[in-house]
Ligand binder design. Structure first.
Ligand code: HEC
Length: 156
């Protein structure tokens, strides 16, 4: 009786040890694949920084009434690159229940950039300026809701 008790106990210890090994190696795997604890800047930052430059190019285009340039650059904003898959997972898991809000900001920015490119195609200067201002508001809205918490979470 006592012997079988020890046997079961040893088997349980073995089982728990195995579970712990599996759990921790999974975490290591997750950490490396998801880049957890990385201090590298997000790819998102470079994408954003490029969109900032695009906005400057659009202001320039408006000053020179170069609607071709405005159109081209607005489309670059509309089709801005996406962060790599693993970074997307990091971002979406951080954003959590606000994910639809975050995606809505991104979608609105996309749609407004398309409208801006159409206004530029029509060479409608006043419309271009008014839609450009909406676009700036779209950028700002997401920044006001998310930027501070991103900086705190990904770069503390
Ligand atoms: C869906 C949310 C969202 C939208 C929409 C958005 N941004 Fe951002 N933006 C962010 C976040 C989050 C950061 C902080 C990223 C970081 O520092 O890693 C940021 C940072 C930036 C930065 C600073 C980059 C740097 O080098 O520190 C610039 C410039 C920028 N955004 C421009 C824009 C422009 C221009 C638009 C609109 C055309 C825009 N963003 C729309 C979320 C957004």
């Amino acid at each position: 009786m006592k012997k079988s008790y020890i046997l079961i106990r040893n088997q349980l210890i073995l089982l728990f040890t195995l579970l712990i090994i599996i759990a921790t190696s999974n975490n290591l795997f997750a950490a490396s694949i998801l880049d957890i604890g990385s201090t590298e800047p997000l790819a998102l930052r470079k994408i954003m920084s490029d969109m900032g430059k695009n906005m400057q190019a659009i202001t320039d285009g408006i000053s020179h009434e170069n609607w071709k340039q405005v159109k081209k650059t607005a489309l670059q904003i509309a089709d801005h690159p996406q962060p790599p898959f693993t970074e997307k997972i990091r971002i979406l898991s951080f954003v959590g229940s606000d994910v639809s809000k975050y995606k809505e900001h991104d979608q609105k920015t996309h749609d407004t950039a398309i409208t801006l490119s159409q206004a530029a195609t029509e060479k409608d200067a006043y419309k271009v300026i008014s839609v450009f201002s909406s676009l700036q508001n779209n950028c700002l809205a997401c920044h006001q809701s998310f930027r501070k918490s991103f900086l705190e979470y990904f770069y503390q």
